[in-house]
Design a protein around this ligand. Structure first.
Ligand code: F6P
Length: 341
C-alpha cells in the first residue's frame, strides 16, 4: 500500500516524531511505502510530494518543526479543493492518508473522508483543544517553555518590584495559561473559560502588594476576556482569517493594571517561542505512539478516525465525532488555578 502523510496548521514540536513513526511502522511492519505531502493540504491540492523512507527520517526525532512544511490551508474552503485532493491521490496512487493537524486540518480530513478517501488523523496543537484526546502533540513542550519563562520572570519581577504580565498562546482556550501558570506559580491566571473582572484583578494585586509581596506575575491567555457588565470594555481583535491578534489582551491589561494599581507593570508576549525548538520526551513519545497507531489503523482498514490518548491508552475516535469541536479547560482545573492565587 502507498500511504501519504501531511502536517497542517501551525507547527509544533513533536511532528517529526510522528512522521518518523509513520514511515518506520509502515515500512518495517507492513512493507507499505510512504510519501510526504509538502505544506499540508496545499501540497495535496498542488501535487507537491516527496518519497519518505527510513533513510529520510533518520535523525529527525529530536528536531522541532516539521520536515514536510505546513500551511493553514483547508481544501473544503476552496473551489475545487476536494476535487484537487482526489485527483492528486489518484494520479500518485496514494491509497490512504495520515493527516497530522489541529482542529482545522482534522475538519478538512473529515470532509475528505466524506468524499471517499481513506483517512486517519493525528491530533497536534500547542492549544490542546482537540476534542476526544487528553493530549495533542506539542502541548507538553509549549507548557514547558511557558513555565520556564514564568520562572525567569519571577526573579526580575521581584528585583524591580514589578507587576509582570505574561501573555501565552492558546487561541480560544486556556490550557497553556492554566497549566504553565500553575506550574510556574503565577499569582493570577486569566483564561477564556472564566472571564475576569478588572476591578477584582486590580484589587487583588493591591492587596497582595500591601500584605506580603512586592511583585506579581499575571498569566493571561491570548483569548481571555473581561466578564460582561464589568468595568473593562474589550473585544478580542481577530485577523483576516479569524485568528486572535497576539498581544492585544496583554497590552490592554498592562495599561489597565498600571493605571488602576499605580505599580510599575511590564508585558511579555511569549508568542511563537512556545511552538519552537526541541520537543519534550512526552511529545516525542506521544508523536511516536500516534504514528504507530495511525499506520496500524490503516493496515486494519479502519478509516475516518483519529488517534487519541485516553488515560494511559491510545484509542481511535471517529473524526465525525470530534470535527469542529473545541475542548475547553474543565472547571475543576480552572478552580484549582484560582484556589492557589
Ligand atoms: O493554534 C496554534 C497557535 O499557536 C495559537 O495558539 C495561536 O493563536 C495561533 O496558532 C498563531 O497562529 P500563527 O502562527 O498563524 O500566527
Amino acid at each position: 500500500m502507498r500511504i501519504g502523510v501531511l502536517t497542517g496548521g501551525g507547527d509544533v514540536p513533536g511532528l517529526n516524531a510522528a512522521i518518523r513513526a509513520v514511515v518506520k511502522r509502515a515500512e518495517m511492519e507492513y512493507g507499505h511505502s510512504v510519501v510526504g505531502f509538502r505544506n499540508g493540504w496545499r501540497g495535496v491540492c498542488e501535487g507537491l510530494l516527496m518519497p519518505l523512507t527510513r533513510e529520510d527520517v533518520r535523525g529527525i526525532l529530536p528536531r522541532g518543526g516539521t520536515m514536510l512544511g505546513t500551511a493553514r490551508f483547508h481544501p473544503h474552503q476552496h473551489d475545487g479543493g476536494i476535487d484537487a485532493v482526489l485527483s492528486t491521490l489518484e494520479a500518485e496512487r496514494v491509497e490512504a492518508l495520515v493527516c497530522i493537524g489541529g482542529d482545522g486540518t482534522l475538519k478538512a480530513a473529515s470532509k475528505v473522508a466524506d468524499a471517499g478517501v481513506k483517512v486517519v488523523g493525528i491530533p497536534k496543537t500547542i492549544d490542546n483543544d482537540v476534542e476526544g484526546t487528553d493530549l495533542s502533540i506539542g502541548f507538553h513542550t509549549a507548557i514547558n517553555i511557558a513555565t520556564e519563562a514564568i520562572d525567569r520572570l519571577h526573579t526580575t519581577a521581584e528585583s524591580h518590584n514589578r507587576v509582570m504580565i505574561v501573555e501565552v498562546m492558546g487561541h480560544t482556550v486556556g490550557w497553556i495559561a492554566v497549566n504553565a501558570g500553575l506550574a510556574g506559580g503565577a499569582d493570577l491566571i486569566l483564561t477564556p473559560e472564566d472571564p475576569f473582572d478588572i476591578e477584582e484583578v486590580a484589587a487583588f494585586i493591591k492587596r497582595r502588594h500591601k500584605s506580603h509581596a512586592n511583585f506579581s506575575i499575571v498569566v493571561v491567555a491570548e483569548g481571555a476576556q473581561p466578564a460582561e457588565g464589568t468595568a473593562m470594555d474589550f473585544e478580542t481583535p481577530l485577523n483576516e482569517r479569524g485568528a486572535i491578534v497576539a498581544g492585544s489582551i496583554g497590552e490592554r491589561l498592562t495599561q489597565e493594571l498600571s493605571e488602576r494599581t499605580g505599580f510599575d507593570t511590564r508585558l511579555t508576549v511569549l508568542g511563537h517561542v512556545q511552538r519552537g525548538g526541541t520537543p519534550t520526551p512526552t511529545d516525542r513519545i506521544l508523536g511516536s505512539r500516534f504514528g504507530v497507531a495511525a499506520v496500524d489503523a490503516i493496515s486494519q482498514e479502519t478509516f475516518g478516525v483519529m488517534t487519541a490518548l485516553r488515560g494511559e491508552e491510545i484509542k481511535l475516535v471517529p473524526l465525525k465525532k470530534i470535527a469542529g469541536k473545541v475542548k475547553q479547560v474543565p472547571q475543576e482545573l480552572v478552580e484549582v488555578s484560582k484556589a492557589l492565587w
